[in-house]
Design a protein around this ligand. Structure first.
Ligand code: GLA
Length: 381
């Protein structure tokens, strides 16, 4: 019984519980905010929205960490986006174009164009570039022509060959590689996800991936494990910690942990306090920490109905959460060396495309690339 409850508890991703109370809360929240006033009023930056100009985000954070954004190659085709990116970000990451299905969708097919375009842009403008991502879950390299698993040695050969092409091609400009994406599990059953990778290779694939990558990167390049759902699941935090510890004990070349940071504005688990605890804990391992995919959805659950605009009371929570997150990130800037947003502005967020076009407002800049109140909150220190 206890175990069942535990499994159920572990499977909560921060959305389920809140979804249950969301409707109830949403009826009363505007009233609560209206009458409670104080702390919310302190975070009212609306008078700044009319300012003509503002200081670019990366300049504001120059003394703390670099500030990045994910981009598609197509994002860079719009000249307005280019000016805006150069004003606010000094680092970029690949939103999709470097992933295996995009760049090497099958044994004989390579599609370098869009990934090259982003690399050239970073070279031209002197931006940092993150290699997201070399290995992520199930992929064609694990299967033969009949759809059966290959022997793990076949997989390792393919992986090695893949790295031998990709890494040297971009290594002059990419200085951080997300070698493996989303390996750790969120239940106590297992430290790693039991996905196809695990079925074929067991834990060993993780070590091999870092060892192979190390053969091709430059001496100063950083190798990262990048993980999702970190803030809303204590078991996941334990599994990441234990996995990192094991890799380090085994002298596997890993330099850092990426905390993705796709959070829900209203989640009571994904708080600044949790972030503080997680950073404090991971820091003890002596690894570098990056926030790699930050955004704050206005929704708590995927099937929730769409808002026509961002409700004011949710915006107030977002302002507050962004502000407190960045307070914590500044506090830990001895270990946190990069913070990257997933999308340049609210017009370029995966949250809308992944939810059938439903609008969301998860970033610091609005659809016209204008700073939102959350932006001013983050810069107010
Ligand atoms: C994960 C991946 C990202 C992106 C998002 C989309 O976080 O690491 O590359 O695909 O999912 O939700």
């Amino acid at each position: 019984m206890l175990n069942r409850f535990r499994t159920f508890y572990d499977s909560l991703d921060g959305g389920i519980v809140i979804h249950a109370v969301f409707k109830l809360v949403s009826y009363f929240m505007p009233l609560v905010l209206l009458f409670s006033g104080t702390s919310v009023a302190q975070l009212d930056y609306s008078d700044r929205l009319s300012e003509e100009d503002y200081v670019g985000l990366y300049e504001v954070y120059e003394d703390y960490f670099t500030i990045g954004s994910s981009v598609h190659a197509r994002t860079l085709n719009n000249p307005d986006n280019v000016d805006f990116i150069l004003k606010n970000f000094n680092a970029l990451t690949y939103e999709y174009n470097l992933k295996l299905p995009a760049i090497h969708p099958s044994e004989d097919v390579w599609n370098f164009g869009p990934a090259d375009q982003i690399a050239d842009f970073a070279r031209e403008h002197g931006l940092e570039l993150r290699g997201h991502t070399l290995l992520w879950g199930s992929n064609w390299m694990l299967f033969d022509d009949n759809g059966d698993y290959v022997d793990k040695e076949v997989f390792y050969d393919r992986l090695y060959d893949y790295f031998s092409v990709i890494i040297p091609r971009y290594d002059d400009i990419i200085d951080v590689w997300d070698v493996v994406n989303e390996a750790c599990h969120w239940t106590r059953d297992s430290r790693l996800h039991h996905d196809d990778l695990y079925e074929v290779c067991g834990y060993e694939y993780l070590e091999k991936a870092f060892l192979f990558a190390k053969e091709f990167v430059g001496p100063d390049d950083k190798l990262f494990l990048n993980e999702n759902k970190v803030l809303n699941n204590k078991v996941k935090q334990d599994n990441i910690y234990d996995t990192l510890e094991l890799l380090l004990e085994n002298d596997i070349p890993i330099d850092g942990i990426g905390i993705q940071g796709h959070v829900q504005t209203l989640s009571f688990m994904e708080t600044a306090k949790t972030l503080d605890n997680v950073l404090e804990r991971f820091k003890q391992l002596g690894v570098e920490i990056h926030i790699t995919e930050l955004d704050m959805s206005a929704y708590t659950y995927a099937d929730q109905e769409a808002f026509e605009e961002l409700p004011t009371w949710i915006e107030q929570f977002q302002i507050k959460k962004y502000k407190s997150f960045f307070e914590v990130l500044r506090k830990h800037s001895d270990a946190v060396t990069n913070v990257t947003f997933w999308g340049i502005n609210d017009a370029n967020t995966h949250l809308s495309s992944s939810a059938g076009g439903r609008e969301d407002w998860p970033l610091l800049f609005d659809k016209d690339s204008r700073p939102k109140q959350s932006y001013y909150a983050v810069c107010d220190f």
